[in-house]
Design a protein around this ligand. Sequence first.
Ligand code: DC
Length: 221
Amino acid sequence: MSRIYRIAIDGPGGAGKSTIAKAVAKRLGIDYIDTGAMYRAVAYKMLENGIKPGDEDKLRAMLDDSEIDFSGGKIFLDGKDVSGLIRTAEVTRMSSECSAVAAVREKLVQLQRNMGKSKSIIMDGRDIGSNVLTDAEYKIFMTATAQERAKRRFEEMQAKGMPAVFEEVLADIEERDYRDTHRELNPLCRAQDAKELDTTNMTIDEVIEYIISEVRKNGDC
Ligand code: DC
């Protein structure tokens, strides 16, 4: 019986974390936990219910009455598959805002820690190596320049036939970078023991192979 291990992937928005983490999970046969999707699910419910990040009491009551789960690569909010609904620009913006609120972080960090207790997982986000799973066996801090991340997102949107203006995509990324790195609670930062991987000039396959080779080196796969 092999040991349980956790892979923590952190980095700014658009660095390719979820694409990479999903592929690594598949190759290793372990679960993938997208913590950004959890903040997005909370943001979605706040928007649906007209709750603002400053409405502490209403927000706490909403969180107490919320269930967030993953199953088959989908995210479920109160039993409903919201995977497609949480990717709008409005939810993206609100997820960054609500992730600065203590009540939201407390609830989601606790859920995330529980998810990493009984099975091997790969989890991506902003504070996984530095806060959620500080004792993770593998920690990667994935970066790429804002220009490169905007280019990737812009091309992805174009491929999906979504209307996009490069300068707006870049401005959104820079604004979110600023908020995610400057918030008081668990801001985006590299854990001291995380390996920094600049993916600006790497292909997706090269990044995946790098992570798998780290896991292999330790005999975990
Ligand atoms: O990775 P993403 O774009 O889906 O994340 C949405 C927002 O959630 C992002 O702006 C920051 C926040 N987030 C966070 O604060 N901590 C995490 N572990 C993951 C995401």
